[in-house]
Design a binder for this molecule. Structure first.
Ligand code: HEM
Length: 290
């Protein structure tokens, strides 16, 4: 995609997102139990059968995309997926807004030098290091320690979930913005100390905050849901997206409501956590050091 087309596409997606944000503010929410549209996989909380991936199946660093393949919502082998299909199923399964569901697959197509309209990809392609995938993730070891980014690193997942300090109306454990931000901060300080190849940029930190923020928005931070999603990459029976806005979670609401708060809190906590260690080594992104 050429530079002019990129500018035009971004402008169009942002304008579209503004309109959807306004429509969401005035139209009634989807009813609980009816968030996944009738006729789509998962309607009424009935998800297609979960089958754990075989060694030959293609999987990536994203638990949400892997879960769709594990349920056959995306091809079970994780191969030959069109970007348009990824757009459609993210919208139906997770209730992200159509603007987001176009923007991220379109971004991925550009990242892989592929055509959004014509080409296909395998899930593992999405794990291109320092494309969207980056060091210091919360559910994966850095690529230096684990070249196969298709599998979660369970000690990280368990540590993240064990940090839940919130409670929902029924008293179940819920991750809060500080819980997620503080674990993200810990990973950002610990990872470069253990990885001589560690790299990061402001861009990757923002993408990381965005990935992490889906735990609080789409999944509502609920630990009982997040354990199967992050450990087995399985969608629990009866689950539906916690976003009830009729046009789904827009990029504006996502960023203003959650991502920016998670990133700000994480930046603060990184300094506190680094100072609490023996030395105060803290990775500086290239921009921050120049
Ligand atoms: C639109 C297409 C999507 C693409 C191309 C994509 C891609 C990715 C990639 C490459 C990563 C690894 C980032 C890292 O290194 O930590 C990731 C992580 C993640 N993604 Fe996605 N993703 C998409 C949609 C979603 C959706 C819809 C959700 C939630 C429902 C989601 C939730 C997550 C979570 C929770 C992580 C783990 C973050 C971590 O380990 O720190 N993603 N995604």
């Amino acid at each position: 995609m050429g530079a002019i087309e990129k500018v035009f596409t971004t402008g169009f997606v942002l304008s579209w997102d503004v309109v959807l944000t306004l429509l969401n503010a005035i139209l009634p929410k989807r009813k609980i139990g009816h968030v996944t549209p009738a006729g789509e996989a998962g309607a009424g909380g009935k998800w297609p059968e979960y089958i754990a991936p075989k060694d030959t199946d293609s999987r990536c660093a994203c638990p949400a995309l892997n879960a769709m393949a594990n349920h056959g919502i995306l091809p079970r082998d994780g191969r030959n997926i069109t970007f348009k299909e990824m757009n459609r199923v993210i919208r139906a399964t997770y209730n992200f807004a159509p603007s987001f569901c176009f923007f991220v697959p379109n971004y991925s197509a550009n990242m892989l030098n592929k055509s959004y309209r014509k080409d296909t990809f395998d899930l593992e392609d999405i794990s291109l290091h320092n494309g969207i995938e980056h060091d210091a993730s919360m559910t994966r070891e850095d690529v230096r320690h684990q070249p196969d980014q298709g599998k979660p690193h369970l000690p990280f997942v368990e540590e993240l979930l064990s940090r839940a300090t919130g409670k929902d109306a029924e008293g179940n454990a819920v991750l809060t913005i500080p819980d997620v931000a503080h674990y993200m901060a810990k990973r950002r300080v610990d990872a470069p100390r253990a990885n001589p190849d560690f790299t990061t940029t402001k861009f990757h930190e923002t993408f990381g905050a965005s990935n992490s923020s889906t735990l609080l928005t789409i999944y509502g931070g609920r630990v009982d849901d997040l354990r199967p999603i992050l450990v087995e990459e399985r969608i629990p029976d009866g689950w539906e997206s916690r976003i009830r806005a009729p046009f789904g979670l827009t990029m504006i609401n996502f960023n203003v409501g959650t991502v920016n708060k998670v990133e700000k809190e994480s930046q603060k906590e990184q300094k506190v956590y680094a100072a609490s260690l023996d030395d105060s080594s803290i990775h500086k992104s290239p921009e921050a050091t120049t």
